[in-house]
Each structure stands twice: as C-alpha cells, then as structure tokens.
Design a protein around this ligand. Sequence first.
Ligand SMILES: *[C@@H]1O[C@H](CO)[C@@H](O)[C@H](O)[C@H]1NC(C)=O
Ligand SMILES: *[C@@H]1O[C@H](CO)[C@@H](O)[C@H](O)[C@H]1NC(C)=O
Ligand SMILES: *[C@@H]1O[C@H](CO)[C@@H](O)[C@H](O)[C@H]1NC(C)=O
Ligand SMILES: *[C@@H]1O[C@H](CO)[C@@H](O)[C@H](O)[C@H]1NC(C)=O
Ligand SMILES: *[C@@H]1O[C@H](CO)[C@@H](O)[C@H](O)[C@H]1NC(C)=O
Length: 242
Amino acid sequence: MRPAGRGAPAALRLPGRLAPPLLLLLRVLWCPHAARGDCGLPPAVPNATADLEGRTAFPVGFAVGYYCDVGFAKISGKVNAAHCLQNGEWTQPPVFCQRSCGSTPRLRYGHKQDIYIPVSYHPAGFTVEYECNLGFARNHSVSANITCLQNYTWSKPEVFCYKRSCPDPGQIENGHISIPTDILFASYIYFSCNPGYKLVGTNSTYCYYEGNDMIWNDPFPECQGNQKSEYRRHDQQLNFKK
Ligand SMILES: *[C@@H]1O[C@H](CO)[C@@H](O)[C@H](O)[C@H]1NC(C)=O
Ligand SMILES: *[C@@H]1O[C@H](CO)[C@@H](O)[C@H](O)[C@H]1NC(C)=O
Ligand SMILES: *[C@@H]1O[C@H](CO)[C@@H](O)[C@H](O)[C@H]1NC(C)=O
Ligand SMILES: *[C@@H]1O[C@H](CO)[C@@H](O)[C@H](O)[C@H]1NC(C)=O
Ligand SMILES: *[C@@H]1O[C@H](CO)[C@@H](O)[C@H](O)[C@H]1NC(C)=O
C-alpha cells in the first residue's frame, strides 16, 4: 500500500472524525493501481452544503465534508462526508441535518449548564437548563429551563436569578455614603466628607463577589480632620526632602 495519494491530505482535513469503517474504505480506495475515475460534483444532501474548498476536480478516494445550513444542526453520530469511489461515483451521505433551534440565548444573569455547551442539535421540545452567573442567586419560584418551540425559536427565558446584595455599608465617620441605586451586585456607592474633612482613599466603590461572598470592592476611605491632613502634608514634605 502506497502512502496517502493526491487526494489524501484534504481527506484527512475532514471536519469531525471518520468512523473506523470509513477509514478502512479509504485505505482500500487508495490502493496503488486504482483506475483514475474522478468524480463529478458531490451529491446533494438535504439542508446541507458541501465544503468544496474551491476544488473542481475530485479524485478517487477524495472525501468531501458537508455543513448543515442555517436553522439546521448535525445529528451527532451521523457521517457528514461523501467519498469518491473507484467507479467515479460518490457515496451518498445519510440525511444528517435536522431542523434545530439556533444557539441558545445569552443572558445577562445566567448561562447554560456545562453539559449543554457541546450540544448544537436542539430539536423541537429540547430543553436546556441554565444556572446563575456569579453575583446572582437563583429564584427557585421560576424555571431556569428554556425549550426549543415547535417553530424552532427558543421559549422566552424567565428572570430566574436575582442580584445578590452586599452588606449594608452603614456610614463613615465625619462623612457620608450615598447610594444612588441600591447595594446589589455591580452597583456603585459614593463617599464624601463633611466640610472641613479631607477624603483619604477612594471616593467610590462597587458591590462585587469574592468566592461565595459579596463584598465592597475597595476599602472604605477615611475622612480626616484639617489638623490631621496638615500633619500628613507635612510628613509627605519631609519624606520628599529626604
Ligand atoms: C430542507 O431540505 C428539504 C429537502 O431538500 C427542502 O425541501 C427544504 O426546502 C429545505 N429547507 C430549507 C429551510 O432550506
Ligand atoms: C422570583 O420570581 C417571582 C416571579 O417572577 C417574583 O415575583 C419574585 O419577586 C422573584 N424573587 C426575587 C427575589 O427576585
Ligand atoms: C428543567 O429541565 C430538566 C431536564 O429536562 C427537568 O428535569 C426539570 O424538571 C425541568 N424543570 C422545570 C422547572 O421545568
Ligand atoms: C414561535 O412560537 C411562539 C409560541 O407559540 C410564539 O410566541 C413566537 O412568536 C413564534 N415565533 C415566530 C418567529 O414565529
Ligand atoms: C472621584 O475621584 C476621581 C479621581 O480619583 C474624580 O475624577 C471624580 O470626580 C471623583 N468623584 C467625586 C464624586 O468626587
């Protein structure tokens, strides 16, 4: 048996893996003295398009891959390729594309569970289970499932997560914390000092998560009296002179 011939590299670039029986078939087809019976254009497959890679000639042993059209998805386990046989005819791939809902909706508050990540075939009735993003908690009174409907659109997801809350920030000494919206995930709060006091530290922070906890992302500032800040300035000048 000769090493892979002219058509082989393209054949090896086939999307997906070739099933062992097909590999065997390809080996048989690449035998040394195969008659040159090139194939014409590959056969039509319902709701799929052959990836010709710009080729117009298809030698014996050549394999062409197919992709499902938009709105269709590959049924896993089915072969999406045709092979040019010695007699100049193509093998006929099975029907491997089925109507399917498209990719699952992206949500601000949740994502599909990991087991659904490799799944692209979503027939009508297929359910995908979601979970909450970090910073959110599950509202168990509503479903976190979405379903591919009869018309191959996804059911409208419910708001199955709510924003988690940070601890009550309280107040800062000689100053004020303002809460423009709320103290929920990703919300900002602002710090200011009473007249005569100087803000040392950040003037804002936001609610975020750290592991399983909800935290204010920055240490709260201090409001320092004039005297104190004079000393500070003095200290800094001394440091500078050193
Ligand atoms: C899917 O394939 C069938 C059979 O070839 C065809 O009748 C139908 O129009 C195709 N559907 C779409 C949406 O292209
Ligand atoms: C949970 O969902 C129900 C129904 O939509 C809603 O009334 C309730 O306010 C939600 N709970 C939270 C904590 O968001
Ligand atoms: C969500 O889908 C899973 C898997 O199909 C199912 O076990 C569960 O009961 C569904 N939950 C709801 C609320 O529909
Ligand atoms: C699909 O069906 C659902 C439920 O019957 C409906 O609400 C939705 O508008 C339909 N979408 C399209 C694009 O027809
Ligand atoms: C907060 O501090 C930044 C610089 O650190 C400044 O640009 C901004 O105007 C300050 N905001 C308020 C409300 O004081």
